[in-house]
Design a protein around this ligand. Sequence first.
Ligand code: G4P
Length: 530
Amino acid sequence: MTEAADQAALRRTFAIISHPDAGKTTLTEKLLLFGGAIQLAGTVKGRKATRHATSDWMALEQQRGISITTSVMQFPYNGKIVNLLDTPGHEDFSEDTYRTLTAVDSALMVIDAAKGVEPRTIKLMEVTRLRATPIVTFINKLDRESRPPLELLDEIERILNIRCTPITWPIGMGRAFKGVYHLLEDRFYIYSGDKHRVSEIETIDGLRAEGLHERFGQDYQTLLDEIDLVSMAGDGFDLDAYRAAKLTPVFFGSGINNFGVRELLNGFTEWSPPPQPRNAEFNGIDREVYPDHEKFTGFVFKIQANMDPKHRDRVAFLRVCSGSYRKGMLLHSVRLNGPVRISNALTFMAADRENVEQAWPGDIIGLHNHGTISIGDSFSEGEALHFTGIPNFAPDLFRRVILKDPLKAKQLNKGLDQLCEEGATQVYRPMTNNDIILGAVGVLQFEVVQYRLKDEYSVDCVFEPVQVHNARWVHCDDQKKLREFIDKNETRLAKDHYGTMVYLASSSVNLNMTKERHPEVRFSDTREQR
Ligand code: G4P
């Protein structure tokens, strides 16, 4: 075993997926509290600020430093080193979330017990499916009137198409919430409603311990009946099925009241997978890179601007895939085909950014970036291997950029190039005119781009609607057919920031007709970063 393999075996790298308001921020904070990474609840972030409109985003941006510390959080727990990757709360930044999900080995799904499965959860589950990411589920807010637990599990199974195995089961709900029964431990955890209690919690061993009827009343009988039903219906927890993303263990609790969180964290750290092998391409050949590979490798999945109020910097988040990062080491940027000395990478212990001495597979390090690093970039100790599976997702919204002062064209292009490489927007330059078209997944992205162009590049511009409905990256192996396709469709073709050809369809009908007319051309809705 190499040291990298030993260290990798300790790492657990994950993200939380949920619909807004289900309790992701609260749970994040409580996980850090139980993980000993923060002393006091309420320090994670200004919740409201991350959740709503652009003005909040801007305010956040101006105050800076608030959301920042929570981008990646590392804490030790139960002998493991847990890396929690935060994802933007607002769905308008979902492309960032999708890509963060390519950098984790598992995920925690939070569901609001009153609402059940909600749209964003469905979408994020689809993204986790691209990599068969194992999921642990936390059903939150049991201290409020909730839907019956059996109904919730049934809904998860039906809509998200994954088997559920309850690990804990609630006794009562809302005002009558009394706690949970742990099916694997055969133990009750009693709810007191005291938010401040982190350590001592009353427990009772044995499903049929004495005095439970008196204590829980009718809810006890309901629990016995439900546990009977659950045991008859399921085969119990199956680690392999969980690791294969076919089954999700389910915990119930109340995040805000610190309840059920420790049991969740115990189960999660015990079962969740250590860093997994990653697909890469090496000299044109597909290959898997295992964490115990001696040489350092990693890829960039996110770039965040202005992380430090004192320096206008951008930080590229790199997931270490193999080997180890040591301070000051020379890394090879595969895209630039050249060395980059990384002397001051950052690590993200919950409260602060610190300089890292060493990082291992599963860890995330932050690289200061002055515009040379793009999302999807692979770094190595010299091997020209390129990690795959960190795509751009085709945007749903498009705008034409109108520059107020034509003399600022150069700054505009520079700003857009930069924002593109950070994944803040996508830029298309039509082949037959000088328009600049932006693509985004959510409308807020445009507002942020407009704000940042002004703030960082002193470029004033407005965006106007444009007749583009879909963008599809086009590929064709047959050069002659490709030429014919280009000749016939030149006015609807553009190059993206990386020079890849994109078809900008005016409507879905237009897209379908073009596909039918050119069966030899592939139209793709994701684009691998190269
Ligand atoms: P999000 O990041 O998924 O969007 O959710 P967040 O944690 O911000 O929680 C959304 C709302 O739900 C918050 O209330 C939060 O206090 C509440 N909440 C979270 N967990 C629980 C729980 O276990 N029980 C109950 N009853 N509520 C919970 P808010 O009023 O919108 O915000 P705030 O004023 O409390 O910050």
